[in-house]
Write a protein that binds this ligand. Sequence first.
Ligand SMILES: [Fe+2]
Length: 321
Amino acid sequence: MILVYWLIFVNLIAFILYGYDKSCAKKNKRRVPERTLLFWAWIGGSVGAFLGMRFFHHKTLKPKFFVVPVLMVLEIIICCVCLYQNYHLVTTDHEVDLGLSSEVTIVQISDLHNQFFGIKQKTLLKKIEAQKPDIIVVTGDVVDKSHTNIDIAVDFFEGAVKIAPVYYITGNHELWLGSEKTAPLFEKMKSLGVIFMDDTYVDMGDYILAGIGDGSLDSFVAYGPFDDSKPVIMLAHEPQYNALYQKLGADLVFTGHYHGGQIIIPGIGGFVSPEFEIFPKLYQGMTDMGGMQLVISRGLGNSILPVRINNFPEIVVVKVR
Ligand SMILES: [Fe+2]
């Protein structure tokens, strides 16, 4: 959305500037420098600049401004590519054998960050429903601190609870927002039946489902006693705390947080982690860590860096046997 607001802003400014300069020319007033008019086209306002040129019949015959329609075509192509990269939903499948008596399908949703996938999140929800999940796990950052939109998150939960039981743990963005700002969201989620898993566990019969809230990652010691003959499936936001998850006895952990490193370079990997680690070793997929399977979802939305490249938003589906 930040990108969309930026494009609206620069294109409006470009359009207005071309009109203003035309009126200055007519009234023999001080003109807007040509380099300023071209600057706004170069920084994303080429559509506004082109429309301004045509609408006000301004600079259309000046060779210097022939670059504006070229920029417009280039910027439209770049925008289409960015939209496709940021909104084309994919599913990633994994299989894990934990010795369960029957197969369980777990759909993981992570790092929504207020991203919009159709009216009432229908595009996202339809894809989840198609997987026929037994449970849906949501591993944090459903909202974003810098562009918080609780309604988009609520739309998702309203649809998700109709598909399967939803289990949720907090991410760093919910933590950063603070209890006052997250209270309306959490109250709504609880009223919908979303199960909060911060620092607690549920005996699911065949396995233990445990969770750690993002605020406890540095201090969490242990869960209350549970049947340790059963495999433990854990929910946590940040994958870099994998030693803690191992210590707590996890067999399978669902995490997110890394956004796939934002830009995935073929043969090299994800570019940057939220901890500003360049080319982090772990940034997506499922990794065997001494018998514990660590799943890192690339997530669905963005935060500080608003662009994904070669890193489609992801729904993770794990079939656990
Ligand atoms: Fe995130």
